[in-house]
Design a protein around this ligand. Structure first.
Ligand code: HEM
Length: 325
């Protein structure tokens, strides 16, 4: 309606502005160098304190950045509250996310130092890197300059986040739709080297699949027995280590497990169903502790951190991460 009143020259000027604006408003390392020089040091200080008392939050906080980026881009929309239970965080794939209070704590510290400057979306990206380092994983320079979105919908995580039962073609196409490659898929899946899962995310592989007694024939049978001891039919609450023995250490043992058919989710096992992902799993499973996986993970996290970001004048810098200004 309104645009029909705009003159052609005004429309032309708007297009020029948009092109100019988007070309200049990109993420970059050191975005807060002048506006909040201590930003990353402040995040690290808070994260050091948090990791000391609650190291089990490393997994949830790494996962949170992924769940943010895949729904409306890395715009902090996963953090928004809804009084009617209609936000992303109320949606089934996000009900097992934890650690929102840590992001709030970091935000409070940053608001004290430089009010209204550092976005919640950037905080999550830096926190994801810091928890990776805290679990002895790789360091990478985090690009910053993201702005916070104002919209969060219950339905969008369901259609944008790959489910645990995704097969390889679904995984590839869901990553592709975010501009991420097959390599990013197999590398980022390595994030499952830390953290825990609820039985309900894989119990169909123990009790309701196509193999003997309802088990999943692609899951190692000895491992099935171990998992059955932990997860009885219908268990919704028990947490299981995804990378048993090194759940709090970021290493490449995830790939050793997947190669041995001990990846916990169908989506983990699916990495053996494509030549490229399978080759990567095999390569990393045969590698030593500090493998190329570390370097690859940093590169793929940077790629994921660029997904559909709001920059320049788009969005806002929230004062409180759980609500729009
Ligand atoms: C490839 C598609 C992916 C699928 C289908 C998937 C699925 C899941 C599921 C079902 C859980 C367990 C949730 C629960 O039951 O509590 C989980 C946990 C986790 N995921 Fe993924 N994930 C994927 C990719 C990623 C990526 C890209 C990352 C980060 C780079 C990531 C990091 C994590 C972490 C760290 C946990 C542990 C969370 C905790 O300790 O609470 N995942 N994932």
């Amino acid at each position: 309606m309104a645009s029909s009143k705009l003159s052609p020259s005004l429309i032309f000027l708007q297009i020029i502005f948009l092109v100019f604006n988007s070309a200049n408003a990109q993420l970059r390392v050191g975005f807060y160098k002048d506006t909040c020089p201590k930003a990353e040091a402040i995040v690290k200080k808070v994260m050091d304190q948090v990791m000391k008392v609650a190291p089990s939050l490393s997994g949830p906080l790494l996962r949170m950045h992924f769940h943010d980026c895949f729904v409306r881009g890395c715009d902090g929309s996963v953090l928004l509250n809804s009084s009617t239970g209609q936000a992303e965080k109320d949606s089934p794939p996000n009900l097992s996310l934890r650690g929102y209070q840590v992001i709030d704590r970091v935000k409070t510290a940053l608001e004290k130092e430089c009010p209204g400057v550092v976005s919640c979306a950037d905080i999550m990206a830096i926190v994801a890197r810091d928890v990776t380092v805290a679990t002895m994983g790789p360091f990478w320079e985090v690009e910053t300059g993201r702005r916070d979105g104002r919209v969060s919908n219950f339905s969008e995580p369901l259609t944008n986040l790959p489910p645990f039962f995704a097969n390889i073609s679904q995984l590839i196409s869901m990553f592709r739709s975010k501009g991420l490659s097959v390599k990013d898929l197999v590398v980022l899946s390595g994030g499952h080297t830390i953290g825990t899962s609820h039985c309900s995310s894989f119990s169909s592989r123990l009790y309701n699949s196509t193999g003997k007694d309802g088990t999943d024939p692609t899951l190692d049978s000895e491992y099935i027995e171990k998992l059955k001891n932990k997860c009885k039919v219908g268990d919704q609450t028990t947490l299981v280590e995804m990378d048993p023995g090194s759940v709090r250490t970021f290493d490449n043992s995830y790939y050793t497990l997947v190669a041995k058919r001990r990846g916990l989710f169908q989506s983990d096992a699916a990495l053996l169903d494509n030549e490229e992902t399978k080759a990567y799993v095999k390569l990393q499973s045969a590698s030593t502790y500090r493998s190329t996986f570390f370097k690859d993970f940093g590169v793929s996290m940077i790629n994921m951190g660029r997904v559909e970001v709001l920059t320049g004048k788009a969005g806002e810098i929230r004062k409180v991460c759980s609500k729009v200004n």
